[in-house]
Design a protein around this ligand. Structure first.
Ligand code: OSB
Ligand code: MG
Length: 375
């Protein structure tokens, strides 16, 4: 497999509705797409950074810089045996997992197409369909949140996750739980609390939540271990886990009982598989997190979610919840039972709508290997 060309594109895509987390409101996304051409075949990846360094330390612009100045020049023209070799070629670049993942995952898509198998098979996936949940942004009132939960339950989603922050937590969760006593319900704080809030967070124990996601600092595993020993609700780590070593440390410290795997945050399919395996060895369930992705990132999430230890419903939901028109065909659809069928076509199993991608693109940069340039 020779990497002939790498194309980096930035797209502007407007969300159908604003999405509020403890760190801010998102309305328009700046999406980075990576296209790699390997032995004549195009593979696609998405860089899942958000616009500001408020989820982790990466942004759309840091990823553009790292891919442009370090990743693409290192990879273009290289010959590889398999996509699994990309991570080692990039290991001298510290951090920047989302930038690396966007490129590595494009190579995975290309390899699966070249081998004529679905990407889910190439990475070792076994599930034929995956269970889906939704992540609901912070809303103005407990009543409007409860109505939104009702709507998504009617759509079939198997698990509801509520974004919370100080002042928008107890009453909101209480209202939803009162109306829906038996649903799988969880909360995600995106690092909005402090260990000093332990007794406040303990109040949420009464709502029988499936989990409480990343209540404390984005990079502080140790404090989560202290909190987990004081509350009954299972802690799920998101922001804290960037690789398999972090997962192992968190598990051994007792910092969480569940881990959310995000392909971008852990650096791509190779690392995601390692995080998955460590959790499986310790009997910890995992699920697939989301970053308001376009269809391309969503398709990669679907493939990853077929690994056998993805036993809890993920945040991978239908394209039409986010976009007027998604950039893949068919769009991602969720069945009335709250599941996504795994595509059986080679690679990602969805077609990229190139014309729409071109219309939405605001900047492009490409790298061609010398052999292609001379031809
Ligand atoms: O913590 O899961 C998160 C969106 C942006 C940043 C962080 C998170 C999220 C989501 C969105 O919860 C989930 C989705 O893509 O639907
Ligand atoms: Mg989260």
């Amino acid at each position: 497999m020779t990497i002939e060309t790498i194309v980096l594109r930035e797209l502007r895509m407007r969300l159908k509705a604003p999405f509020e987390t403890s760190f801010g409101v998102t309305q328009a996304r700046r999406i980075l797409l990576v296209e790699v051409v390997i032995d004549g075949v195009s593979g696609w990846g998405e860089v899942t950074t958000i616009e500001s360094p408020s989820y982790n330390s990466e942004t759309t612009d840091t990823a553009w810089h790292i891919i442009s100045d370090f990743i693409a020049p290192r990879l273009v023209g290289k010959s590889l045996d398999k996509a699994g070799d990309v991570a080692a070629l990039l290991s001298a670049i510290r951090g920047h997992q989302m930038a690396k993942a966007g490129v590595e995952n494009a190579v995975w898509d290309a390899e699966a197409q070249l081998r004529n198998i679905p990407l889910s098979k190439l990475i070792g996936g076994t599930l034929q369909e995956i269970p889906c949940g939704v992540s609901l942004g912070i809303r103005e009132s407990p009543e409007s949140l409860t109505r939104k939960v009702e709507e998504e339950l009617k759509n079939g989603y198997q698990r509801i996750k509520l974004k919370i922050k100080p002042g928008r937590d107890f009453n909101f969760v209480a209202a939803v739980r009162k109306e829906f006593p038996d649903i799988l319900l969880s909360v995600d704080a995106n690092s909005a609390y402090d260990l000093k809030d332990a007794s406040h967070l303990k109040e949420l124990d009464q709502f029988n939540l499936l989990m409480m996601e990343q209540p404390l600092q984005w990079d502080d595993i140790h404090s989560h271990a202290k909190l987990q020993s004081q509350i009954r609700t299972a802690i799920c780590l998101d922001e804290c886990i960037n690789n398999a070593a972090h997962a192992e440390a968190a598990i051994e410290m007792g910092a969480c009982r569940i881990i959310n795997v995000k392909l971008g945050r852990v650096g791509g399919h190779t690392s995601a598989r390692q995080v998955h395996d460590i959790c499986q060895q310790h009997s910890l369930p995992v699920w697939c997190g989301g970053m308001l992705e376009s269809g391309i990132g969503r398709a990669h999430n679907i493939a990853m979610s077929t690994l056998p230890n993805f036993t809890l419903p993920g945040d991978v939901s239908a394209s039409q919840r986010y976009w007027g028109e998604d950039i893949i065909e068919p769009e991602v659809e969720v069945s009335p039972r709250g599941t996504i069928q795994i595509p059986t076509y080679p690679g990602l199993g969805f077609t990229v709508k190139r014309e729409l991608v071109d219309q939405l693109t605001v900047r492009t940069r490409d790298w061609k290997s010398e052999m292609v340039a001379q031809a």
